[in-house]
Design a protein around this ligand. Structure first.
Ligand SMILES: *Cc1c(COP(=O)(O)O)cnc(C)c1O
Length: 463
């Protein structure tokens, strides 16, 4: 490619890797980082700047930026983080914190060998599903269960097994996109089935499904519209009616629940989210949901339903490609055990502690943070405790928000964006919401033992 002189000159002015590598400032920022990593970071950064210049953008090499990259790389980047965003199940922040019993199981199976695929009863080769299948059946009322990498994988496996080469009928109002490019039509295409859309965006009737049934129909699919709601003049067909229709024509009904609650949140004053056992009781042949949304275990996709269909899925070649490792099973087994005793799960699972935290508790914790920083940072920032709204996130309870309390920080000498950046670069990183000229730390998701850390981060960022 021919470049104009301006761009040529700017490219030639870029420093050489070796020169930077031997530079005093660079050495200092890199600390004890391995020389190979230092060179890689320098090279990657120069490459980025070079591409920007070639593409005609106004990029420049900056020493500060390189130093920052080296400083950040000195510590592992996947570490604990503090969630001040007020989004409980934030995919970017790894969704839910795990219960203590699950953490212990993680250490136990990672430190030692484990009976992952050996039956303890007869010593023969067993299956990794043995650890969670009885629990899942007990908790949902289903005949059989299977676990794969995530709920997206679950949908793919179900459709490939049941309906490959056949038609699957789904309502237009349920053709959802979840973040990270999960789109129902794309997953259906990948599974090899043919999507037949029925109804309109806001209204789908039972007769729309019935009129679309042909000898080619392989399944009826219902998708929980977990991250949005259609309101106003709407109609969705209840699962019971879809099941009755499926029975009439001997067509299986699949229910993709997304978050899939194992207990009824509305009993605790939270908005209602579909409960897995209710879908099974309504007669759905297969139900799938995430392991790391309202169950609060590690990433997994859980499939429960009729034994005959689940057995077929277990034998499908995709299952091997989508299977989870021992760490996932260990976490899932212990987390599911908690749900056997509803009082216990509500008491011990951090997810439920966060969801059920009272406004007075949040108020108290916000005050503790203020007490820890206000004197030290007098004149540097203004602080205020404010009522706010938090979200469940992870595609759960889309339109419902939770009462919350935030500490709002207005820095005096720096911008809010700069404050947010400094908080992010603190170790552990702290994430807060920037709303206009305020930086909000939401106490729905900041936990009691994190207040001192947040205080220290604020002091370092502002003092
Ligand atoms: C979240 C969600 C998915 C994707 O689940 P992952 O476990 O994140 O892959 C699929 N379907 C619905 C309805 C969801 O809410």
């Amino acid at each position: 490619m021919l470049l104009d002189n301006g761009r040529q000159a700017r490219l030639q002015q870029l420093p050489a890797v070796e020169r930077l590598f031997n530079d005093e400032r660079v050495r200092k920022a890199a600390g004890t980082l391995h020389p190979r990593l230092i060179k890689r970071i320098i090279r990657d950064y120069l490459h980025e700047v070079r591409s920007e210049i070639i593409n005609g953008r106004d990029a420049q090499f900056s020493f500060e930026e390189l130093e920052l990259r080296l400083l950040v790389a000195r510590k592992p980047t996947l570490t604990r983080a503090i969630n001040g965003l007020g989004v409980v199940l934030h995919t970017g922040l790894g969704r839910a914190p795990l219960p203590k019993v699950a953490q212990e199981a993680l250490i136990d199976v990672s430190e030692h060998f484990s009976a992952l695929e050996i039956s303890l009863l007869d010593g023969r080769r067993g299956s990794r599903y043995q650890h969670v299948e009885p629990l899942l059946c007990e908790l949902t009322g289903a005949e059989a269960a299977l676990v794969v990498n995530n709920n997206c994988a679950a949908t793919l496996l179900i459709l490939s097994t049941i309906a490959k080469g056949r038609e699957v009928i789904v309502s237009r109002g349920q053709l959802i996109e979840i973040g990270g490019s999960f789109r129902i039509p794309d997953v259906m295409l990948q599974s090899g089935c043919r999507m037949v859309e029925v109804g309109t965006t806001n209204r789908t009737h039972l007769r729309d499904y019935e009129n679309a049934i042909t000898s080619e129909t392989g399944a009826l699919l219902r998708v929980h519209t977990s991250n949005y709601r259609i309101i106003g003049f709407t109609k969705e067909v209840p699962l019971e009616e879809l099941v009755a229709l499926g029975r009439k024509y001997s067509i299986p009904v699949i229910d993709d629940l997304g978050s899939g609650a194992l207990l009824d949140l509305s009993r605790y004053g939270l908005p209602k989210e579909p409960v897995v056992s209710e879908s099974i009781a309504a007669g759905a042949d297969v139900v799938c949901f995430s392991g790391d949304k309202l169950i609060g275990a590690g990433q997994a996709g859980i499939i429960v339903g009729k034994r005959e269909l689940i057995s077929k899925m277990k034998k499908h070649p995709l299952t091997r490609a989508l299977r989870c490792d021992k760490l996932t099973y260990a976490v899932l087994e212990r987390t599911l055990e908690l749900f056997l005793d509803e009082e216990r799960v509500v008491r011990e699972h951090p997810l439920f502690q966060i969801l059920l935290k009272s406004p007075s508790e949040m108020q108290k914790q916000a005050r503790q943070l203020l007490n820890a920083v206000q004197k030290r940072l007098a004149g540097r920032a203004r602080f205020e405790i404010k009522p706010t709204r938090a979200e469940v996130g992870g595609g759960s309870l889309a339109t419902e928000s939770l009462e919350s309390v935030a500490v709002a920080v207005k820095p005096v000498d720096i911008s809010v964006d700069e404050l947010a950046r400094r908080m992010r670069l603190f170790r552990p990183p702290v994430f807060g919401r920037v709303v206009q000229d305020e930086y909000l730390l939401d106490f729905r998701t900041i936990r009691a033992d994190e207040i001192a850390i947040v205080a220290e981060a604020l002091i370092q960022a502002l003092a």
